[in-house]
Write a new protein. Structure first.
Length: 134
């Protein structure tokens, strides 16, 4: 339980945070950092992790602009979909995640003041990568 100063929602706000790590049984794990993310994972063996994921991602960026009063951009979206990880070496995983990006926002900022907000359409996403666990 805690309090975080985050920009995941496209603007800087303070939010209460709750971390839940629940080993349901030897095959199922629920990992959440509420309100921003949760993963429900099924581990059929020591190599595979399969599950669903929800997360809110975003940030604020300072920019230099020729437009008057615009010196920042805020972006945010929510993602939901299936994920898979496969262990290829000790502590090294290949990852794949897909799903729907929704609730998307793009804000033009003047300091901490939002000047305009755009709401792009929902989109399907695919993310692949390598993950090293320390």
């Amino acid at each position: 339980l805690g309090l975080g100063r985050v920009s995941n929602f496209g603007r800087v706000i303070f939010v209460p945070l709750v971390h839940i790590l629940w080993t349901i049984n030897e095959k199922w794990l629920f990992d959440a950092m509420l309100p921003g993310k949760f993963d429900l994972l099924y581990m059929p063996n020591s190599k595979w992790e399969l599950g669903v994921s929800f997360n809110i991602i975003g940030s604020r960026y300072r920019i230099e602009s020729d437009l008057p009063k615009i010196n920042g951009v805020g972006v945010a979206q929510m993602n939901f979909g299936p994920q898979a990880r496969y262990q290829i070496a000790p502590s090294l995983y290949v990852t794949a995640e897909s799903g729907l990006a929704f609730g998307r926002r793009l804000s033009l900022m003047d300091g901490n003041t939002e000047i305009t907000e755009l709401k792009p359409n929902n989109e399907v996403y695919l993310r692949c990568g390598l993950q090293y666990r320390f």
